[in-house]
Design a protein around this ligand. Structure first.
Ligand code: 1CP
Length: 352
């Protein structure tokens, strides 16, 4: 069915838009009372991910409440390691954890590449259902974590602040780490192509922890594999005019602002940037740019939110190819009205 609102897809192709599109990373989540209610009914987070009706409902919640220009399928980046047999679970008030973690080459050799339609079929079912329910209101984004970011959770056994175990492997046994990243890249390419096949209209790769690498390790252990994945995706053909069926890829390395030029060489269509980057310093209209308001600005009053959003628009708003977003996920204690204020100011002040 034709899209009623395609400004997000147009901006991703650096085509002119009526105003700047906006969506927010983690827009489906705990800051929404209706999400907390749904989550309490479901019992646990993975039940939500694995039940297409619940995942669809969580995806639609922010779209009903706010004038957002894109929906992102409700799921998690850790579905792949879970399907590889590591046993993902969440403990009350804590981050993700794995029952089994990856310690050495023998653990890595045992990992199988999941078949997306059977082992991760719940994600494809959620995409198909959500596409039907959206009925063309806004485009649907599919996503995956980057190989490096998934490997951090698999080797650390969960979230980390220091990344000691994976860095120990990187410097003492790099060949083993490369084997893991290679298997993850194959798994991710299959997974993302299945999401495209199921109806995802754009793809986002979250390299949330790429920024903890040195600049040389970033090339070798993160960007290299994301580039490979991008080359394997069935995106269709990009043309000089807006192509509604083309599936653009956004690459987001948190903390990767200094590496913008080399991220461009990955072949991605858009680059996500965090709030440390001055958008006016970036190359113009060569690749689309997603970002980059500090999510904590949303704790400020109306004036602060409007001025901060305006600053971002001043830095890049005159060029084609800007998707307004936060520089990272929205915080769970964000006031609901702040989100409305932000969306309205972005749409109004960016009118062409
Ligand atoms: O208690 C709960 O209800 C769980 C909280 C939660 C939610 C709402 C988790 C656990 N994941 C999600 C959904 C989610 N995760 C989405 C849904 C779509 C949307 O954006 O609205 C997406 C895209 C993700 C992606 C994700 N998961 C990332 C990449 C983006 C980022 O923020 O950097 C990462 C790193 C994860 C791992 C993860 N899953 C959940 C949490 C709390 C975390 C972060 C843990 C950590 O900080 O290490």
């Amino acid at each position: 069915m034709p899209l009623k609102n395609d400004r997000y897809l147009r901006a991703l192709q650096c085509q002119p838009v009526d105003c700047t599109p906006i969506w927010m990373m983690r827009q489906a989540g705990r800051y929404l009372p209706e999400y907390r209610h749904l989550r309490a009914q479901a019992g646990d987070f993975m039940t939500m991910c694995k039940t297409p009706e619940l995942a669809c409902e969580a995806t639609l919640q922010p779209i009903r409440r706010y004038d957002l220009d894109a929906a992102i399928i409700f799921s998690d980046i850790l579905t792949i390691p879970d399907a590889m047999g590591l046993g993902l679970y969440f403990e009350q008030g804590e981050g993700p954890k794995f029952k089994k973690s990856i310690n050495d080459i023998s653990d890595i050799k045992q990992l199988a590449i999941p078949d997306p339609e059977s082992e991760l079929g719940y994600v494809m079912d959620a995409i198909r259902l959500t596409k039907r329910e959206l009925n063309g209101k806004v485009p649907l984004i599919g996503f995956s974590g980057s190989p490096w970011t998934l490997a951090t959770y698999m080797i650390e056994g969960g979230s980390s602040k220091t990344f000691t175990k994976i860095k120990k492997m990187l410097y003492s046994d790099p060949l083993s780490l490369h084997l893991l990243l290679d298997k993850l890249s194959d798994s991710i390419a299959l997974y993302l192509n299945a999401q495209i096949q199921a109806g995802a209209q754009s793809i986002m790769i979250f390299d949330s922890w790429g920024g903890v690498l040195s600049h040389t390790s970033y090339n070798e252990f993160s960007l290299y594999y994301m580039t490979k994945i991008i080359s394997l995706l069935n995106r269709g053909k990009k043309q000089n005019t807006f192509t509604p069926d083309y599936v653009p890829v956004t690459l987001f390395t948190k903390g990767g602002g200094l590496w913008f030029e080399k991220i461009m060489s990955s072949g991605c269509d858009a680059i996500g940037v965090d709030w440390t980057v001055d958008l006016s310093s970036l190359p113009k209209e060569k690749v689309a740019i997603q970002g980059n308001l500090d999510p904590t600005v949303l704790y400020g009053n109306r004036h602060t939110i409007e001025e901060s959003a305006n600053q971002v628009l001043k830095e890049y708003g005159h060029y084609n190819g800007h998707i307004f977003n936060l520089g990272h996920g929205i915080n769970q204690d964000t006031p609901l009205e702040s989100v409305d204020i932000l969306i309205n100011v972005v749409h109004q002040r960016s009118k062409r």
